[in-house]
Design a protein around this ligand. Structure first.
Ligand SMILES: Cc1cc2nc3c(=O)[nH]c(=O)nc-3n(C[C@H](O)[C@H](O)[C@H](O)COP(=O)(O)OP(=O)(O)OC[C@H]3O[C@@H](n4cnc5c(N)ncnc54)[C@H](O)[C@@H]3O)c2cc1C
Length: 361
């Protein structure tokens, strides 16, 4: 069969790319190895943090560019997918000041509070150092977003294949096209977009080396003692320990996790079992820092980070192959923007990648 573009991997990024390409009238096929809604990759779960608050102005600007695209997706899907509940960063003053400076540089609304004022405002949480609040932070509804993107891509004409088994990619002899095989199906196309998450290196093979490390991250939820308490999304920057982040996740409680704290795993073979030792460690943290939560974890699951050495994304094109590896544990908030960046490279709307995300070989 022929297509203009075959997208390999229907997580957040592949589904967003197919949505953009289908809306532009391209003949696009989205191929996913597992069933719809599976929990083997990086995009499953109820909620993800949306924030502008980065020390790095490049990501502040990307969040600013992504926000209206979230609204565009919501309009097309007819549902709310991003809720601005506010986001709090707290921790050592130098860290918080650097984030504040990046927000100021991009004229983003923000508020600096001392620990006492913050504790009064969010009595479910405890603070002991500098606190920065920005109202244009909040939560993306992850599962709902992926489902909406897949549904809308299909509605705009994309062919969406779930449970296809692992797709393989071959660049043709002339180097101006690809053949993608999955199960007993085969597509010849001008371009392939590889958004295979933790499997990106396996799918790309010799096409391009992408330096990624895959880790198994763990997600816990805790029950608010008083359901009426207000919960912004939050990041606790700690001097000698991983950042702790979380948010109110509708129907699950308050999510509390450690960032980049998981073991390196092989996505193809290793088990996805939560680690009881880490669960206890997070429960101890909650006991110390969240007076408003019952420190008994109520819901634990796992998820994969695919991290580059710089924690930057890889968004680039090599011949007829577009590469999207936008994770490093912080990609979801940019989903509709990254989808557009990948679609632009696939259909030639853009011929040069953002230099920041170009493949470094
Ligand atoms: C615990 C956790 C918390 C996070 N929290 C946040 C947050 O608060 N804010 C934020 O912005 N980001 C967050 N992230 C990061 C964000 O979720 C990821 O960056 C994003 O989901 C990556 O999407 P993806 O499409 O690249 O990967 P995936 O969703 O993994 O998609 C890749 C898809 O490719 C498929 N695939 C692989 N190989 C093949 C093949 N050969 N053939 C066909 N299909 C294939 C896989 O099955 C998978 O469905 C978090 C991630 C985790 C794990």
């Amino acid at each position: 069969m022929r297509a203009d573009v075959v997208v390999i991997g229907a997580g957040a990024m592949g589904s967003a790319t197919a949505w953009w390409l289908a809306r532009r009238g391209h003949d696009v096929v989205l191929v996913e190895r597992f069933e719809a809604g599976h929990d083997r990759g990086s995009s499953h779960g109820v909620a993800r943090i949306f924030r502008h608050a980065y020390e790095d102005a490049h990501y502040v600007r990307m969040a600013k560019e992504a926000l209206p695209l979230w609204r565009e997706l919501e309009d097309d899907a007819g549902q709310v997918l991003l809720e601005l509940t506010g986001c709090v960063d707290h921790g050592p003053a130098p860290v918080v000041e650097r984030i504040a400076a990046a927000l100021i540089g991009e004229s983003m609304a923000r508020e600096v509070l001392d620990a006492e004022a913050a504790t009064r405002r969010w009595p479910g949480m405890r603070f002991d150092e500098a606190v920065l609040f920005h109202p244009e932070g909040g939560r993306c509804l992850a599962d709902a977003t992926v489902l909406a993107l897949q549904g809308r891509a299909g509605a705009h004409g994309a062919v969406v294949r779930f449970g296809a088994g692992p797709a393989s990619l071959e660049v043709n002899a002339a180097g101006d096209g690809v053949r993608v095989r999955a199960g007993d199906e085969e597509w010849d196309a001008r371009v392939a977009v590889v958004t295979a998450g933790a499997w990106v290196r396996q799918v790309l093979g010799a096409v391009a080396p992408v330096p990624t490390t895959v880790t198994l991250e763990q997600v816990q939820h805790f029950t608010p003692i008083d359901p009426a308490l207000e919960w912004p999304s939050f990041l606790h920057h700690r001097a000698d320990a991983p950042v702790v982040y979380g948010l109110r996740s509708p129907g699950e409680g308050v999510k509390v996790d450690e960032h980049h704290a998981g073991p390196v795993v092989d996505p193809e073979t290793d088990a996805r079992e939560p680690d009881p030792v880490r669960r206890r460690a997070v429960a101890d943290y909650v006991r110390a820092w969240f007076p408003g939560l019952d420190p008994t974890p109520v819901h634990t699951s796992t998820c994969l980070y695919t991290t580059t050495p710089t924690e930057d994304f890889v968004i680039d094109r090599v011949g007829p192959v577009v590469i999207g590896s936008p994770c490093s544990g912080h990609g979801f908030k940019f989903t509709p923007l990254v989808g557009r960046m990948l679609a632009d490279l696939a259909d030639g709307t853009e011929t040069m990648p953002d230099p920041r995300f170009a493949l470094r070989v």
